[in-house]
Design a protein around this ligand. Structure first.
Ligand SMILES: Cc1cc2nc3c(=O)[nH]c(=O)nc-3n(C[C@H](O)[C@H](O)[C@H](O)COP(=O)(O)OP(=O)(O)OC[C@H]3O[C@@H](n4cnc5c(N)ncnc54)[C@H](O)[C@@H]3O)c2cc1C
Length: 401
């Protein structure tokens, strides 16, 4: 039986980032990944100051910058109306005070390259089946190519996404809820108007985002639950016209959308888990706290988790203590911020991607008010960029009054 210092289930952004952190400390690490390789994503991923800082700690910021497009401003417009707010990230007092939008499969390649360079091992097409806790190790069972395999490790980590099987095997109380806002995602050609800024457009029941990526544009389009079939019935051209109506500068850039297969549909989940650790086992990222995508924070928080858990695991090796009490150091460091961001992302979604008349009015009002006040912009962005874990009561009132 192969013996590793750490086994990580899931070779997405979180699992790979944690793998890099541990392998960099000369730990022997195995990642079990169910997919058979990396296929090019049909979407973008926006990295924010907290995620960029985590990548810097991994020594990967410069390489990530090379595969992304930087935006300093997100301009919010009312659909068929005027500018609501220019949210300027350069107002933040943080070394990475900007957004960087990448194609997620390319970020995975950067992380995989680093993981392999530091002698990390990935088993692809290998699905986690279960684990058995022993006195001084964990036995991990996986299945791939029609056969099962077992290995032994000091610590097992579930970075296996919202439907985590490691979490299930850990038997922790979990609340799962489908987010009310569903989305369509796509990559199209470059748009000249997006050179300096990213844009988000909204009106009641509609919301769309346009973010520059290298050589193109990443679009996400809010779709109220249960409306996908209606949209498809109207035909792809009707949808393309709709996008062009929202952002006229898009003309000519969406010719690559030839069929619905060029567009991805996602119905994200929100996950709340009572405990993220057990003896010799921990979970990170979407497995622990998947959230509404409205704050584009899922991957950013996963990267922060990877740094925090990586450092905690290093402490476990030094004290030879992998108990849940020792691993709680990681959960205690991360829990407050993730809970805050989950809650605020839900609130934002209620105001920006909504069919409710009052909420839609309030959302526009809050955006306008924020856009007119540099202090409010800074408070809002500090929160949405993962740089704080609370709003004071005074701050909350300032957005409304
Ligand atoms: C359309 C969309 C747009 C998004 N945009 C943004 C954004 O702009 N910014 C942002 O920060 N976040 C964004 N997110 C959220 C972000 O993608 C996730 O939060 C992030 O990918 C979570 O990373 P993870 O490593 O925890 O899980 P995942 O990325 O879900 O990775 C889990 C991995 O585990 C593997 N796996 C699962 N089960 C098993 C098993 N049994 N055995 C072995 N392997 C297994 C999977 O194949 C997968 O590779 C977006 C999400 C979606 C869906």
């Amino acid at each position: 039986m192969q013996i590793y210092d750490a086994v990580i289930v899931g070779g997405g952004i979180g699992g790979l980032a944690l793998g890099c952190r541990l392998a960099n400390n000369r730990r022997s690490v195995l990642i079990l990944e169910a997919r058979s390789g990396i296929s090019p994503s049909q979407r973008g991923l926006t990295l924010q100051p907290n995620g960029l800082e985590a990548l810097q700690k991994l020594g990967l910021l410069e390489r990530t910058i090379r595969i992304g497009t930087r935006s300093d401003i997100v301009a919010w417009y009312e659909i068929a109306g005027g500018l609501l707010a220019n949210l300027d990230y350069s107002l933040l007092e943080h070394p990475q005070n900007y957004l960087l939008t990448v194609v997620p499969s390319e970020l995975e390649q950067v992380l995989r390259h680093e993981f392999s360079r530091t002698n990390g091992v990935i088993h692809e097409s290998a699905s986690f089946e279960g684990f058995k806790l022993c006195k001084d190790h964990v036995q991990v069972k996986s299945r791939g190519d029609g056969s099962t395999a077992e290995c032994s490790t000091k610590i097992l980590v579930g970075a296996d996404g919202a439907d985590s099987r490691v979490r299930t095997a850990l038997h922790v109380k979990t609340q799962t809820r489908e987010c009310p806002d569903h989305f369509l995602f796509m990559l199209v050609g470059p748009v000249e108007a997006l050179r300096q800024e990213a844009r988000q457009y909204l009106s009641r029941g509609k919301m769309a985002g346009f973010f520059p990526v290298p050589g193109g544009t990443y679009i996400f389009y809010y779709l109220p639950r249960g409306k996908l079939n209606d949209l498809k019935a109207q035909g792809l051209n009707s949808f393309k016209n709709e996008l062009q109506k929202i952002m006229p500068e898009l003309a000519g850039s969406i010719n690559n959308l030839q069929s619905w297969d060029d567009i991805t549909y996602a119905a994200p989940k929100r996950i709340k888990v009572q405990s993220w650790v057990g003896d010799r086992v921990a979970i990170i990222g979407d497995a622990a706290h998947a959230l509404d995508p409205s704050w584009a924070q899922g991957a950013n928080m996963t990267l922060q988790d990877a740094i925090s858990l990586g450092d905690t695991i290093e402490g476990c090796f030094q004290s030879d203590d992998f108990s849940s009490a020792r691993l709680k150091t990681y959960e205690n460091a991360r829990r407050k911020q993730t809970t805050f961001i989950q809650k605020q992302a839900d609130r934002s979604a209620q105001l920006t991607s909504t069919e409710n008349r009052f909420n839609s009015w309030l959302g526009k009002r809050v955006l306008k008010k924020t856009g007119m006040n540099r202090r409010l912009i800074r408070i809002a962005l500090n929160a949405s960029c993962g740089l704080t874990d609370h709003f004071t009561i005074g701050e909350q009132l300032r957005f409304l009054l």
